[in-house]
Write a protein that binds this ligand. Sequence first.
Ligand code: AMP
Ligand code: ZN
Length: 138
Amino acid sequence: VRCSFQHLGTTCKSKCKHRCCHPKYQFMCIFCKIAAGEIPSTKVYEDETVFAFRDIAPQAPTHILVIPKAHIGSVAEVTPANSAVVAHIFEVIPMIAQTEGLSEGYRVVSNCGAHAGQTVHHLHFHILGGKQLAMEMA
Ligand code: AMP
Ligand code: ZN
């Protein structure tokens, strides 16, 4: 797997800290590739650890996905070792909501596993808003 810094994963010099040079990250899922800019997306926010982009099949006038850049499979894989980025995501979400003009409110959803219908196995939080949302959650 070639990382976006054009290093071959296992041959990277130790100075390279890019995550996909680490053997653990040599598999990049579709959202890893979106966060790395290797698959195009409509970006709405980016910082060192978090990436947000518009859902390709929006279910509300505003439908944004917020993801950690580092691969976490789902809520079920959040641990004390990686939870800081989740806290940061919940700082970023209200910033995005304000930028998007969601002053009337919005819903944050994370599908985890088969019963929830998770289709992309990289942790993501849906921000849904811009209309009165369905009252039923399940
Ligand atoms: P979930 O069903 O909770 O796993 O959500 C996955 C979401 O990712 C769905 O709402 C899809 O529409 C969305 N999605 C899948 N591929 C892309 C993509 N390439 N760009 C933007 N959104 C995507
Ligand atoms: Zn991933």
